[in-house]
Design a protein around this ligand. Sequence first.
Ligand SMILES: NC(=O)c1ccc[n+]([C@@H]2O[C@H](COP(=O)([O-])OP(=O)(O)OC[C@H]3O[C@@H](n4cnc5c(N)ncnc54)[C@H](O)[C@@H]3O)[C@@H](O)[C@H]2O)c1
Length: 257
Amino acid sequence: MLLNRRVVVTGAGSGIGKAIVKRFLKEGACVLAVVRKPEQVEEFASHKDFSFVVGDVNDYSTNELAVTSAIKKWGGLDVMIANAGVWDFFKKLQKMSVTELEDGFSQIMSTNVKAVLMAAHASYSELNKTNGCLITTGSNACFRPGGGGPLYTASKYALRGIVGQLALDFAPNVRVCGVAPGATDTPISGTDALNQRQKSMNSDRSRLDSMGQHIPLGRVSSPEEHTDLYVMLASANGARYITGTVLVSDGGLTAGQ
Ligand SMILES: NC(=O)c1ccc[n+]([C@@H]2O[C@H](COP(=O)([O-])OP(=O)(O)OC[C@H]3O[C@@H](n4cnc5c(N)ncnc54)[C@H](O)[C@@H]3O)[C@@H](O)[C@H]2O)c1
């Protein structure tokens, strides 16, 4: 379904991003992964349609390098997937020091919001040429409180606004959409500011089990279970009339709220 589609995926070294890389390669896409460390994508290294860059998405230069590398390698770019993100482990405002609030806000908004704008900025002119699309990874926290603390929720609500605004601004040549996963079994971590860099969500199985109990389908999802939506949105024909929307893949989590 994605034969020869030229795609950049950020946050591709683990979790949902890595599942997207694997699925997109299987679907015939050419994939450039943005990762923190090369060893995160060792398993794809020998694939003829795979490439990667190492960097921090909070730096504009990383986003730019990803786009220029894809163009250099494959002659253009059809899909930019701004997926990298950090969580806040439900950190409550009243439990933050002022410094944690100030720095936590900056770091979470930088990765979850500003980096998406930078990915969009760096890729727009190429996507405009190819009638391509920008896809972001949202969250159930784009729609309802309770998917994190106030910093994460603020970042994902902002992201939903960006999807709508850029869909207007980039139309008619570039579609802009999001996928909103619910609780997913990944090692998502947090920020230095909240002292959560070393934490990882799926290292605590009891947290995942308890999250699963609040989901109508009775469990958290695997990263792979969201990839159908990315394939559909990224395909040349699958989503020609879809833009400005965030598609939910959350086991019914937001349905009852
Ligand atoms: N896991 C969940 O329950 C869940 C639920 C809803 C939404 N999401 C969203 O899914 C997306 C992917 O997260 P995941 O759950 O797969 O977690 P993950 O930690 O496995 O993947 C996120 C990736 O982003 C990378 N990353 C983070 N900050 C970066 C930076 N500054 N520069 C470069 N790379 C950076 C990490 O190294 C990691 O590989 C995020 O946007 C997250 O908010 C996750």
